[in-house]
Design a binder for this molecule. Structure first.
Ligand SMILES: *[C@@H]1O[C@H](CO)[C@@H](O)[C@H](O)[C@H]1NC(C)=O
Ligand SMILES: *[C@@H]1O[C@H](CO)[C@@H](O)[C@H](O)[C@H]1NC(C)=O
Ligand SMILES: *[C@@H]1O[C@H](CO)[C@@H](O)[C@H](O)[C@H]1NC(C)=O
Length: 447
């Protein structure tokens, strides 16, 4: 009797052990040494999910950035934003992870190179796919058509902007997001950066997204502090580890693999990142402020523009240069607490060049991200709805920088003190931000 009980007990233990071994083998495909069947990648989703903002696509020369659900184009569900090498584009297929299992069905990819490449060999590219039936897709990866199985190390991208069935009318988290593409080099213009960020905040901006390849030490400290507070979202952008990015915009003049450190890719990425959470997106550079001249903030401006121009998704704002070598003579904003802080004090530059409208004059944009498919820097490439050029009396860009028309004399410039309207709030806010990171001139503390 006792022996039989013991036998039964041992049998039971053995079965449990075998069961556990089988289960753990199945659950860990990375260590599963069994040969994959022709269409039989392990049915359980792999474990290599990309944590990077730039992911090389195995066995190709291309880079992947991020994947988004996007069902605005008929018959397609997913948009993968990438940087593709133009001379080696091959047919690709999408593979999906459906919550916890692999879809057995792959779907052909539609590969759309953006039309702006400025002669560089790498170009921003959208790869679009359909999700197979009965798959609640959570991750996606791409494979050249010629390959039947993927390596266990194949990297998968999480699919963002998932649509939750039924409850699509979520309230948007932000009214305005500013997308700042590509910080690089040792850019350390802290004072102008702090003033610009605080000016955005006064105008109603809720979030500033910044793609960072590298920057100067003071600026990095300032941005770290803003990002802890939540106003700034830093996205690492180590494009220089993958390509030889250009410092210019035209290949024939500046050389390199990719336009301006990948500016076109980051602007598009930022639009999709903001699509489900921000009413508007402002696409401008670090040293540019999109400034309403008849309203005290961006919201009242956009309320008016939307009312006057319904079904418009793209608003063009004219760029105006304020040369940095022309100073306001009274020096009233040459403040002691900013002595020794790196960078330009934008309050001191109040003279504005008249744009030469007879030659090309660039604009920047305020867009409704849900009405944009592809963008460039000064124009959108593909959009839904109308576009509208906002008159300069209503809104223009304050852009303090090196003169564009350097030969203009002071009398030929317009006086424009719009920034001064905000000085009572702007100055203490800038002081607070600089003080937080120990950059305010401490001998001359402002009260
Ligand atoms: C790429 O694929 C090859 C085999 O096809 C494999 O040896 C290599 O480890 C893979 N690399 C990555 C990063 O997945
Ligand atoms: C967006 O703007 C509306 C209207 O001005 C305001 O009530 C709301 O608080 C703003 N939302 C955020 C997140 O700032
Ligand atoms: C910006 O990128 C550089 C280079 O990777 C890094 O050292 C620095 O900490 C980053 N700064 C911020 C604020 O993220």
């Amino acid at each position: 009797m006792a022996i039989q009980q013991l036998k039964f007990f041992l049998c039971l233990i053995a079965s449990i052990v075998i069961y556990i071994i089988i289960i753990t083998t199945l659950r860990a495909p990375g260590t599963n040494k069994s040969v994959p069947k022709p269409w039989g990648p392990p049915r359980i989703c792999p474990v290599h999910f990309s944590e990077q903002t730039i992911t090389p696509l195995n066995n190709t020369k291309h880079l992947l950035v991020s994947a988004y659900m996007d069902q605005r184009v008929n018959g397609l569900d997913i948009r993968i934003i990438g940087i593709f090498r133009r001379d080696s584009i091959q047919p690709l297929h999408c593979f999906f992870c459906c919550v916890d299992h692999l879809s057995r069905t792959r779907t052909p990819a539609t590969i759309l190179q953006h039309s702006d490449n400025f002669g560089f060999s790498f170009v921003t590219t959208d790869v679009m796919c359909q999700i197979p039936q009965y798959c609640k897709a959570t991750h996606v990866t791409l494979l050249p058509q010629s390959e039947k199985v993927f390596a266990p190390e194949q990297i998968w991208l999480p699919i963002r902007n998932q649509k939750t069935n039924g409850k699509e009318k979520k309230k948007l988290q932000f009214n305005f997001t500013v997308c700042i593409s590509n910080l690089f080099g040792d850019y350390n213009n802290v004072l102008q950066f702090a003033q610009t960020l605080e000016m955005y905040r006064l105008l109603g901006v809720d979030r500033v997204v910044i793609y960072n390849t590298s920057c100067g030490p003071d600026l990095s400290r300032l941005l770290q502090s803003y990002s802890q507070e939540g106003f700034v979202e830093m996205v690492p952008w180590p494009i220089d580890q993958h390509l030889n990015p250009s410092r210019g915009w035209l290949h024939s003049e500046h050389g390199g693999d990719l336009h301006y450190f990948g500016q076109l890719t980051t602007l598009n990425e930022c639009i999709y990142r903001s699509m489900d959470r921000s009413r508007y997106v402002l696409l401008n550079d670090i040293d540019e402020i999109i400034m309403p001249y008849q309203h005290n903030g961006l919201m009242p401006l956009m309320n008016m523009l939307e009312q006057q121009h319904p079904n418009t998704g793209v608003f063009f704002i004219e760029n105006h240069i304020f040369p940095k070598h022309q100073f306001e003579p009274s020096k009233k904003f040459d403040l002691p607490q900013w002595k020794g802080v790196n960078g330009i004090n934008i309050l001191e530059h109040i003279y504005r060049e008249e744009p030469q409208r007879n030659i090309y004059h660039p604009h920047k944009m305020i867009v409704q991200p849900r009405l944009v498919e592809q963008t460039s820097v000064h124009d959108v490439l593909k959009n839904f709805g109308q576009r509208y050029k906002v008159p300069q009396q209503v809104c223009r860009i304050i852009h303090v920088r090196v003169a564009l028309q350097g030969s203009l004399k002071l009398e030929q410039l317009h006086e424009d003190k719009r920034l001064w309207d905000f000085h009572k709030k702007l100055i203490p806010n800038v002081d607070k931000a600089l003080k937080r990171v120990g950059l305010l001139n401490s001998e001359m503390k402002s009260s």
